[in-house]
Design a protein around this ligand. Structure first.
Ligand code: GTP
Ligand code: MG
Length: 182
């Protein structure tokens, strides 16, 4: 894919700071350090657009990336970063929830989990929250697939789906921002 114009358009905490042009929004959701910002960079073929870090807690605000004036990629802060104070975690949780409740333009939720680990308690809480409260479609990406043996990828994706979505009515896919795709 070729994108001509990709830029950080809005940085928001509150609803009044979201874009107002009603373009579709593709939302990255997942715990801190799972690779949300890296996913955006890999999809848009930009190395340093969304700031990433090996330290969790890099993205602290809601970043709206305008792509060719057609849609937004929305990079949310991660949840469950244990080094953040409880107060700060609660603050981040409140703007994630405010966004999920108030945005009318979410076209797709891309929920990222780490392929190497069982879902955390926070992953389960967030997953259940979305499934029970959101009207937008959601896909689940098991990210960092390059970190396990290729032969184990399918079984691990199935294992994660069994744990989170035993009804198997959602799409679970392996992904790697490093290798781009699986
Ligand atoms: P917060 O902003 O803290 O919520 O984190 P984030 O979810 O945006 O994670 P980020 O994209 O900053 O990535 C965290 C670390 O994981 C960085 O060191 C990335 O290079 C690394 N990373 C992300 N995706 C992958 C992947 O698919 N494979 C590997 N090997 N590393 C990855
Ligand atoms: Mg980030």
């Amino acid at each position: 894919m070729k994108f001509d114009k990709v830029e950080l358009a809005n940085v928001a905490i509150r609803t009044t700071q979201y874009p107002t042009d009603n373009k579709p929004e593709f939302l990255m959701l997942g715990r801190s350090n799972v690779g949300k910002s890296s996913f955006i960079n890999s999809m848009l073929n930009r190395k340093k657009l969304a700031r990433t870090s090996s330290e969790p807690g890099k993205t602290r605000l809601i970043n709206f990336y305008n792509v060719d004036d057609n849609f937004y990629f929305v990079d949310l802060p991660g949840y469950g970063y244990s080094k953040m104070s409880k107060q700060e975690q609660a603050k981040v949780g409140s703007f994630i929830e405010e966004y999920l409740v108030n945005s009318k333009n979410i076209a797709l939720i891309i929920f990222l989990i780490d392929i190497r680990h069982d879902p955390t308690e926070n992953d389960r809480l967030m997953y259940n929250y979305i499934v029970n409260n959101s009207n937008s479609p959601c896909i689940i990406l098991a990210n960092k697939a390059d970190k396990i043996a290729v032969t184990k990828v399918d079984a691990q994706v199935a294992n994660l789906q069994n744990q989170l979505n035993p009804l198997k009515d959602l799409l679970f896919l392996p992904y790697s921002s490093e290798r781009k795709i699986y």
